[in-house]
Write a protein that binds this ligand. Structure first.
Ligand SMILES: C[S@@+](CC[C@H](N)C(=O)[O-])C[C@H]1O[C@@H](n2cnc3c(N)ncnc32)[C@H](O)[C@@H]1O
Length: 136
């Protein structure tokens, strides 16, 4: 059964409102840094996505369902690409904006509240699209 999208966004919004404390500590132990994950994408997989994004035709990358900006920030950083990060819950997007700013990526990234089911972009805007753990 396909879950109701409003339920998905409300559930995710509650997660993004929670303090990161213990989760961030776990990420530091696992990855050496707090990456801002809200799923199962590990550092090595994010690096692979960055590599694949870099290998594609030059152009911006869309991170659909960016959550707290993971793995978007790593892709923007490693692939040296402009990146547009979209999601719906504002609390997650605020985390994403902070994650990009903390890594000096504000000029190369845009954070936009948008539903991937109705993308507000012209076709062929992006050279690649990534999404991690969005269909869960
Ligand atoms: C499990 S989280 C993963 C977040 C992040 N990509 C990560 O790996 O940490 C799934 C995210 O996808 C977003 N999402 C689900 N359906 C979406 C849609 N139609 N448009 C935009 N975002 C969507 C949710 O709001 C949520 O933030």
């Amino acid at each position: 059964m396909i879950p109701d999208l409003e339920d998905v966004f409300e559930r995710q919004a509650r997660r993004y409102d929670r303090p990161l404390g213990t989760w961030a500590e776990l990420e530091k132990k696992a990855f050496g840094q707090a990456v801002g994950s809200n799923g199962y994408t590990i550092l090595a997989e994010a690096e692979e996505l960055a590599y694949l994004s870099e290998a594609k035709v030059a152009g911006p990358v869309l991170d659909l369902g960016t959550g707290r900006g993971w793995p978007g920030w790593l892709i923007a950083e490693h692939a040296e690409r402009n990146l547009v990060a979209i999601d719906v819950p504002m609390a997650g997007l605020q985390h994403a904006r902070e994650a990009f700013a903390a890594r000096d990526l504000s000029l190369r990234t845009q954070v936009i509240a948008a539903d991937g089911m109705a993308l507000p972009f012209a076709s062929e805007t992006f050279s690649s699209v990534v999404h991690t753990d969005v269909f869960c």
